[in-house]
Ligand binder design. Structure first.
Ligand SMILES: Nc1nc2c(ncn2[C@@H]2O[C@H](COP(=O)(O)OP(=O)(O)O)[C@@H](O)[C@H]2O)c(=O)[nH]1
Ligand SMILES: [Mg+2]
Length: 475
């Protein structure tokens, strides 16, 4: 009986494999990972990208669209049975309804399949049939990517480094309560669950506060984004200044749980989700970091370099065995560029590129094609010039969140030379608040009734992101 069951199972698997292979032969699919830290703009990006691929008049920098070769695009059932569907309809309704609001925040992985039928380019195109490309768009928290180094870090090293990080000046304000706990407890004392839980809670609070204050390179990721794992033993640990202890001690319990975290959280994520991605976009809220000052920019740079590490697995044997395919295009996109006037977009893009450039150069990076872009998934502002004295201020105008009233804001001026900001970040000193005083308070509601038939939601350079991520696959 077992034999037959096994056999049936194998046969089924064989059929599945064959269909998948046949499917991929005639109708290729491309898995696009969309990531970024919480509130970087993943949900808005996916919603607007899909809406603009369904209604394509605003996508002229996507070459297949410009050349009139896209025949149809439609949402189709996704291939992964175990990942929730991205709730496209609800998010679009929120953003483009009669009283537009930003979509509600989500904290888990989700997926959506959009299939595009297009005419091929080239001499033989009249002879060959239409092409079909299935885009599988996967949304996952960037916080989880920052866990990659844990796979290769022993408990003792991780504990020591995490305590050191907590003691850094820019984190001191957030970590005091946790550090006091760490100082108070004796790791060699017998296990006491209440102490472990207290430590884990204080550790998580510190990480969340650091993140809330604009720091980016904060991990372990699930302490910020627990998903379904909140309260499990795998998330009930914290680093100790003295990480060694005998059997049955608190330090030993913490070590076992750190190991469990690596085994049941980090490894499966990289194996099951990350490893399947073909192309990746990393959304970053560079403007907020710039506004928060050099330390936040330095931290963003560190986070970007950690993220970039995840894509260099070709050079690391311990990673290579974990990862299947290899991401061959990677886009770092500074989002919410509609917060500044278009005269600033190139500067924003240059700063983003400079932040990535550093880690690429440092690592003699030979992996994916990496690019930087300044964009807005949903453009919430229009531009306005305001004369003040003899000067012209480049302002943006939009509906204030909450009130819905029109406001004109001068967001400030980014330096033309990106090295000014990158240098200040490297030294960790320099002027706080690059942007105007208004910038930190600035939040616009989505624009009123952006929809026209044939036109998706208004955006900035979203079509350039699309061209980079999959334009070549529509040829
Ligand atoms: N002005 C503007 N704001 C944006 C844009 N994209 C995202 N936002 C803002 O950023 C917030 C977080 O975006 P969301 O997509 O939910 O971030 P996620 O946590 O990465 O999924 C939104 O609620 C908006 O306030 C954009 O293109 N323009
Ligand atoms: Mg989201």
């Amino acid at each position: 009986m077992t034999f037959i069951a096994d056999f049936a199972d194998d046969a089924l698997r064989l059929v599945e494999d064959t269909t998948r292979r046949a499917g991929s032969l005639f109708e290729p699919s491309l898995r696009i990972g969309v990531t970024g830290l919480n509130r970087a703009g993943k949900t808005v990006f996916i919603t607007s990208l899909v809406a603009n691929l369904l209604e394509r008049e605003r996508m002229t920098r996507l070459s297949a669209q410009r050349e009139g070769r896209i025949e149809a695009a439609m949402l189709r059932p996704q291939p992964s049975a175990d990942v929730p569907r991205f709730d496209y309809e609800a998010h679009l309704a929120a953003m483009t309804g009669p009283n537009p609001v930003w979509p509600s925040s989500t904290r888990r992985t989700s997926e959506l399949r959009l299939s595009i039928r297009f005419r091929r380019t080239g001499l033989l195109s009249s002879l060959s049939s239409d092409g079909v490309l299935h885009l599988d768009i996967v949304d996952y928290p960037g916080e989880w990517l920052l866990d990659l180094p844990l796979l290769n870090t022993k408990w003792e090293d991780w504990a020591r480094r995490s305590i050191e990080a907590a003691r850094r000046p820019e984190r001191a304000a957030h970590s005091a309560a946790f550090l006091a706990w760490a100082k108070r407890v004796d790791g060699t004392a017998p296990v006491d669950e209440a102490t472990a839980r207290e430590g884990a809670a204080l550790f998580a609070e510190y990480l969340k506060a650091a993140r809330g204050a604009g720091l980016s390179a904060v991990s372990p990721g699930r302490f910020l984004m627990p998903g379904d794992l909140a309260g499990t033993p795998a998330l009930t640990f914290a680093p100790l200044p003295d990480p060694d202890g005998p059997r049955g001690s608190l330090a030993r319990l913490m070590r076992d749980r750190y190991e469990a975290y690596r085994r049941v959280v980090v490894r499966p994520f990289f194996q099951n989700h990350f490893a399947k991605v073909d192309r990746q976009i990393v959304l970053i809220d560079a403007l907020s970091a710039i506004d928060a000052g050099p330390r936040a920019v330095a931290d963003l740079r560190a986070a970007m370099s950690d993220i970039l590490e995840c894509f260099r697995h070709g050079e690391k044997s311990w990673l290579g065995s974990l990862m299947g395919r290899r991401v061959d295009r990677l886009l770092f996109a500074a989002t919410k560029a509609d917060h500044v006037h278009h005269t600033q977009h190139d500067a924003l893009q240059a700063i983003t590129a400079a932040l990535v450039r550093e880690s690429i150069d440092r690592a003699a990076y030979k992996g994916a094609r990496v690019e930087a872009l300044a964009m807005a998934s949903l453009r919430a502002t229009v531009e306005q010039e305001v004369r003040e004295g003899g000067e012209v201020l480049h302002c943006v105008r939009g509906r204030g969140i909450g009130t819905g009233e029109e406001v004109v804001v001068y967001p400030g001026q980014l330096p033309d030379d990106p090295s000014v900001i990158v240098e200040a970040a490297r030294r960790g000193v320099g002027e706080e608040g690059w942007l105007s005083d208004d910038y930190g308070f600035m939040r616009f509601a989505p624009p009123l009734r952006p929809g026209k038939p044939g036109y998706g939601p208004p955006h900035l350079r979203l079509d350039m992101a699309a061209e980079f991520l999959f334009g070549d696959r529509l040829a």
